[in-house]
Ligand binder design. Structure first.
Ligand SMILES: [Zn+2]
Ligand SMILES: [Zn+2]
Length: 273
């Protein structure tokens, strides 16, 4: 049974929708969820320029207080019906560890639960937003000199995120660890990343982290599978790595998305640690 959704966006997301927090919550309650975490994209480090063409990857730093305040409000309103945890989806950006740590030291005390994700790749001091669109992804493939270089870079960055020192408020859950597959159907042949993935799972286990078992990929037409896919989920289960379902909803309707394409029977779903 899936009763917790640990990855939900909000109207504070500049690339999401203006659906109200209450709409997400009511939807979660009517879908049978007993708990959820709102995980808006954390403000980017001040000295980092958002490489997404529309520069709208993350919430504005100025909105942070309003974000927390409105979550505390709904926590109170809905406390008899559903557990609401306050969180963030924090970006891991190579080379920005110390500013990310500073940011987390400052905002971490307000958080119950959060996710560490890789959306940005780096090559020769330049940064790329890898999940923006199929077109920009293809440009990245060209820039990196082939799809397997993009896969290598992505999994190396995920590995670095797990190993990074981001202080005591470092998120415990690693976000959508196969996001690089988002546009996989646009390519004839995909690189074999199984060895890198097994190394990553061993590291996640060693660090006592948990995984975001994310349904968004199922509904993305060029992906068609969850992040991560079933074989990875089975390997994670073998290692007793906690799996927390995440809809990654950017609209209220997105709550619960992807579950029909995910392993449900053989998987024990967790609530955040
Ligand atoms: Zn988003
Ligand atoms: Zn994400």
């Amino acid at each position: 049974m899936v009763t917790y959704d640990g990855h939900i966006h909000t109207p504070f997301c500049p690339h999401g929708s203006m659906d109200e927090l209450s709409e997400y919550i009511e939807r979660a309650i009517s879908n049978g969820f007993t708990g959820l975490t709102f995980t808006e994209h954390a403000p980017l480090p001040e000295d980092f320029t958002d490489p997404a063409p529309t520069r709208d990857s993350c919430m504005k730093a100025d909105d942070f207080n309003a974000y927390i305040e409105s979550l505390i409000k709904v926590q109170e309103i809905y406390k008899k019906k559903i557990t609401i945890n306050i969180g963030l989806e924090v970006d891991y950006i190579i080379g920005y560890e110390s500013s990310s740590k500073r940011l987390l030291d400052e905002i971490g005390p307000y958080l119950d639960d959060s996710i560490l994700s890789v959306h940005f790749l780096q090559k020769e001091k330049k940064y790329y937003c890898m999940d923006y669109s199929a077109e920009t992804f293809k440009e990245i493939v060209k820039e990196f000199g082939g799809l397997h270089h993009v896969y290598d870079s992505y999994f190396q960055t995920v590995t670095a995120s797990i190993l990074s020192d981001l202080g005591i408020y470092k998120p415990k859950r690693i976000g959508h660890i196969t996001l690089v597959n988002k546009f996989q159907k646009k390519f004839d042949k995909l690189p074999d990343y199984s060895n890198q993935m097994l190394d990553i799972l061993n590291l996640v286990k060693e660090k006592n982290y948990e995984l975001d078992y994310n349904g968004a990929g199922v509904v993305k037409p060029d992906c068609g599978e969850p992040y991560p896919p079933s074989w990875v989920v089975k390997e994670a289960q073998k290692r007793k790595i906690p799996l927390v379902y995440g809809s990654d909803a950017h609209t209220a309707k997105g709550i619960g998305q992807g579950l029909d394409g995910m392993l449900l029977r053989d998987v024990t779903f967790s609530s955040p640690l």
